[in-house]
Design a protein around this ligand. Structure first.
Ligand code: TYM
Length: 336
């Protein structure tokens, strides 16, 4: 019988090189990118164009972009099997971003939580790019006819807006874009700060944030100092409302070990927080150790990393151009 070849579904995601990668990025996003290249057609990028919506030191941005590429590979993304690229190397992102700006409503952009948060934090620089950020993110996704977007929970709203923009465009011009779906993990989608468990883990709160390249002793210190709850119970039990600190640690432990909350509760029954915190620290250290070692090795070979960026951009650009050409034709631009 003749074999029917079914096209693989496509996955795409990106991270801003706005700071060093942290445990939230890893558990919410990257961990779910790994090992999928046989089943999916995978595209992952450094969202450097998004990063300049907040003022950056240029040399640091360049360094972090290359470091992020090393960390992607070190996490297990084989550049032969995954398309790894830098967003600004693929000019189609900016071009489609502009077109989609014209199909995104002011009211929609005004409702975005990330815009509200970032404009509160950068009151002196609420620029147009920060406001229209979601149209560029929609372009990132729609250029590649993406099926699934593996992201943490905080990106759900942007993914939903991307779907709305795609549906609006398709409604006018026919089926130009595939309608993508966010792919959010069960454990790890919302990692909270270790010392402020009501706020999400982010580089802007460095004391409560575990960085992928951090030394094991520093990671362990952060876990030992992690805020647990002030109840008198001193018992490891999943209850995000009343026990946000312990529940966050359980979420982290579950994401790195694959154990369920019930299994964790019985593993630490009668142990108290004092024993649980260093155990979570140890599990995280062992998860991150091979990533840190491999990334350090890769960073010594800048030429190799630059080569990966070049070939990734070439492959990405080839796919992106097909969509962009179709879009330009549909909206009525005169062919070159
Ligand atoms: P960014 O750079 O803020 O975060 C990158 C990824 O990490 C996830 N994440 C978290 N997950 C769990 N807990 C946390 N504390 C945590 N902090 C961050 C985010 O959900 C995200 O998946 N707009 C995006 C970047 C982007 C993008 C794209 C993503 C640009 N274009 C296209 C997907 C597809 C952002 O700012 O993510």
């Amino acid at each position: 019988m003749e074999e029917v070849k079914v096209a693989k579904k496509r996955m795409l995601s990106g991270i801003q090189p706005s700071g060093d990668l942290h445990l939230g990025n890893y558990l919410g996003a990257m961990k779910n990118w790994i090992g999928l290249a046989d089943e999916f057609d995978c595209f992952y990028f450094m969202a450097d164009m998004h990063t300049i919506t907040v003022r950056q030191n240029p040399a640091d941005l360049r360094r972090r972009t290359l470091e992020q590429m090393a960390q992607y590979i070190a996490c297990g993304l084989d550049p032969e099997k995954n398309v790894l690229f830098v967003q600004s190397h693929v000019h189609q992102h900016a071009e489609l971003g502009w077109v989609l700006n014209c199909f995104t409503m002011f009211g929609e952009l005004s409702r975005m939580t990330q815009f509200k948060d970032k404009s509160a934090k950068n009151a002196e620089n609420i620029n147009g790019g920060l406001f229209t950020y979601p149209s560029l993110m929609a372009a990132d996704i729609l250029l590649y006819q993406t099926d699934l977007i593996p992201v943490g929970h905080d990106q759900k709203q942007h993914c939903e807006l991307t779907r709305d923009i795609a549906q609006r465009f398709n409604g006018i011009y026919g089926n130009v874009f595939k309608i993508p779906e966010p792919y959010i993990p069960k454990a790890g989608a919302r990692i909270m700060s270790l010392n402020a468990p009501e706020t999400k883990m982010s580089k802007s709160l460095p004391d409560g944030c575990v960085f992928l390249m951090e030394k094991p002793e520093d990671i362990q210190r952060k876990f030992k100092r992690a805020i647990t709850d002030s109840d008198t119970e001193n018992c490891v039990r999943f209850d995000p409302e009343n026990k946000p600190g312990v529940s966050n640690l359980m979420n982290i432990y579950s994401a790195v070990t694959g154990r369920s909350f019930e299994q964790i509760e019985s593993e630490f029954a009668g142990c108290g927080y004092g024993a649980f915190k260093p155990a979570v620290g140890e599990a995280v250290i062992e998860t991150l150790r091979p990533i840190r070692e491999e990334a350090t090795r890769l960073l010594a070979d800048k030429a190799y990393l630059e080569g990966v960026c070049r070939s990734g951009a070439e492959k990405a650009s080839y796919v992106a151009e097909k969509t962009l050409r179709k879009v330009y034709k549909k909206v009525g631009f005169l062919p070159r």
